[in-house]
Design a protein around this ligand. Structure first.
Ligand code: SAH
Length: 343
């Protein structure tokens, strides 16, 4: 994205300051504006009471603020909320708010739709329309903060889209989330999930961020993975595992492998043993997710006892395992259930 086309909310503090000074403003204005944008989560320039009316007017005219309009909100019994947001150009995305004992987590979409084609996921059904800007990702977090009046402590980039296909904007998004003059999140409270784009995993490794990287693995062999995830043809399993090792070498951050359990497909005893062998040497953990129902996909989740047996087998082979809590399933707000909707 060229800077001159960039939304003010997508800009770093330094970029914002440079722009304002170039337009004849005092440098300290950047601090005020940045704080309104990223700390107060302002939805309009009129709210920015310490800026002159003339400046607010000029900014509003030249740089319309990226704000999201809530088109719908559903709340589940466990208080998980799913939001349908309208973006400035009329496209829509879904985001999820989750309340845990340790804080509030928001699941952010990184693209409108997705073109990765995973066989179990609703986000990919209508393909990809476009990537989201940093401001559009931030606004999902800020709009939810405005609505719930709760401070967001964790962000997971696990909504619609493939974040590493939109790496440049996702990196800006992370930098702004962790800026101490803004929301000031700890990088350790941010998780990015990828279906396994190898060059981008390596590029991300070089940044040496303290974020959590989750890899959507979902199968222990190349053959099985290809059936579930077309991206595996482009980046085969051995290449992906090599990239994961490089990522760990560069960052020393424990990796998470997500594994959606599909009944009769990737949930046998042999699958568990192959998975343990595949991951054996890595410092990692496995997050098991009984596959969430998506009617177009027609896959069934593994039965509860089989999920527990799969977990036990992995643990017997010294793999650290968690089972993902199914939050928001009844409002189609769980993993793989977000989708493009008509405004
Ligand atoms: N594109 C990224 C992030 C989006 S999805 C990625 O692939 O990782 C977040 C997680 O939900 C991924 O691990 C994804 O594979 C998983 N997922 C998708 N559909 C699912 C479903 N129906 N049930 C359970 N998990 C699913």
């Amino acid at each position: 994205m060229e800077e001159r086309h960039m939304d003010l909310r997508s800009m770093s503090y330094e970029e914002l300051q440079e722009k304002l000074v170039r337009e004849g403003e005092k440098p300290y204005r950047a601090g005020q504006l940045f704080s309104w944008l990223h700390k107060e989560h302002a939805a309009s320039y009129e709210e920015m009471t310490n800026l002159s009316a003339a400046l607010c007017e000029r900014l509003a005219k030249n740089y319309p603020l990226c704000t999201l309009k809530t088109l719908a909100m559903q709340e589940a019994k466990d208080k998980t909320r799913k939001y349908l947001f309208r973006l400035p150009d009329g496209e829509t995305v879904e985001s999820v708010y989750m309340r845990y004992r340790f804080g509030v987590s928001v699941c952010v979409s990184s693209e409108v739709g997705c073109r990765m084609g995973c066989k179990f996921c609703a986000s990919t059904i209508d393909g990809l329309t476009r990537k989201l800007s940093p401001a559009e990702m931030l606004e999902q977090v800020y709009a939810i903060t405005r609505d719930t009046k709760e401070k967001v402590s964790h962000v997971v980039v696990m909504g619609m889209g493939e974040p590493l296909e939109n790496l440049e904007n996702v990196l800006r998004f992370i930098a702004l989330l962790t800026d101490e003059r803004g929301l000031n999140l700890s990088a350790r409270n941010i998780t990015v999930s990828t279906c396994g784009l190898v060059p981008e995993i390596l590029a991300l490794a070089e940044k040496k961020l303290q974020i959590n990287l989750a890899i959507s693995l979902h199968a222990p062999t190349q053959e099985q993975r290809e059936q579930l995830m077309p991206v595996a043809k482009r980046y085969p399993l051995d290449m992906l595992m090599a990239a994961c090792r490089d990522y760990y070498e560069a960052t020393h951050r424990q990796l998470t492998f997500e594994y959606a359990l599909v009944k009769g497909d990737n949930d046998s005893k042999e699958d568990a043993l192959r998975l343990a062998a595949l991951l054996g040497e890595l410092n990692c953990m496995v997050n098991l997710i009984p596959v969430n129902p998506v009617k177009e996909c027609g896959l069934s989740p593994t039965d509860k006892t089989d999920v527990l047996n799969f977990k036990k087998l992995l643990e017997k082979n010294r793999i650290h395992v968690t089972i993902r809590r199914e939050m928001g399933r009844e409002i189609d707000g769980a993993c793989g259930q977000l989708r493009r909707r008509k405004a």
